[in-house]
Design a binder for this molecule. Structure first.
Ligand code: RIB
Length: 294
């Protein structure tokens, strides 16, 4: 069983700042680093480090071949990843003293796929393989529909969230992975408790598996019969960038290996607890050995 990931590759410019810059304000950063990021690339790297076979469908600029090299070194199959003339996607990330962040995205090459390119990339996919998507590449709704027609198991992480995602064929996918804010935006309402989230998810998405990440509280797996919760590890948080991507990668690798929901959630929480303890996106994703030892 293969995992295809139609996902972004970003060059992340990370600025450590005393506080997130306010409108009209100019501030100096105290540290800067440029690293490989993008929800897609981060998730592929986390999947590969967790032992999954992952084929990344993505694009970046020819000058950024180093980004592909880093993905390959982590174990990602980049045969379906192309170097193109368009500028690479990038992210401007501020991280403040409390480990809060804010991110501006530029889509670039991540937004340049046609549905034909996508169908071609999926030509070796077989029914039952997984297709993972986030929302940093173009035409996500069409790509989900193409994957569903091919009987792929679609795993969707609708991040960053936009309003029309609620109209996508989410009830036909296999697994939805969202945080508390995203599920609230998706269902168009706020929640006062996790029990309210569980009830609403069961009402709207009764046929699919839904994983809701709860930040410092952990994560829960919801379907029509069960709700399994795993608590987050208590650690010193330095930077939460890519923590969700790390969680998802380790979680999905465990699902694809046939592990129980509880152990998939547990390994995702362990891995993301390690990721938040260091700065950066892909650079903060731990190895399987580090996760096992934690
Ligand atoms: O999820 C973290 C990622 O979001 C960063 O690496 C950045 O590129 C943005 O896509």
């Amino acid at each position: 069983m293969k995992i295809f990931n139609y996902g972004s590759i970003n060059i992340d410019h990370i600025y450590q700042v005393p506080h997130l810059v306010a409108p009209g304000e100019t501030i100096s950063s105290t540290a800067y680093q440029q690293v490989l990021g993008g929800k897609g690339a981060n998730q592929s790297i986390a999947l590969a480090k967790a032992g999954a076979v992952v084929k990344h469908i993505g694009r970046c600029n020819k000058a950024d071949q180093w980004a592909l090299e880093q993905m390959r070194q982590a174990g990602v199959d980049c045969e379906l990843t192309q170097l193109v003339d368009q500028p690479s996607g990038h992210a401007i990330i501020q991280v403040d003293a409390q480990a809060e962040n804010s991110i501006i995205l530029f889509g670039g090459a991540n937004q340049s796929f046609s549905t034909d390119d996508f169908k071609h990339a999926l030509s070796s996919a077989e029914a039952g393989d997984y297709l993972l998507l986030q929302n940093e590449c173009n035409d996500i709704e069409q790509m989900i529909n193409i994957a569903l027609e091919r009987q792929l198991k679609v795993v969707f992480n609708p991040s960053p969230m936009i309003s029309n995602i609620a109209t996508f064929a989410i009830d036909k996918i296999a697994v939805l992975v969202v945080n508390e804010i995203e599920i609230s935006q998706l269902l168009g309402r706020s929640f006062n408790s996790t029990q309210q989230i569980v009830t609403a998810v069961r009402k709207h998405y009764s046929n699919i598996e839904v994983i809701v990440t709860l930040g410092a509280k952990g994560a829960m797996w919801i379907n029509s019969e069960e709700c399994i919760e795993v608590a987050a590890h208590k650690v010193e948080v330095v930077d939460t960038t890519a923590a969700g991507d790390t969680f998802l990668g380790f979680l999905l690798a465990a699902i694809a290996q046939g592990q129980s929901y509880k152990s998939a959630l547990a390994i995702g929480c362990k891995a993301s607890a390690l990721a938040v303890q260091s700065m950066g996106a892909s650079s903060s994703i731990p190895s399987m050995a580090q996760v096992s030892a934690s």
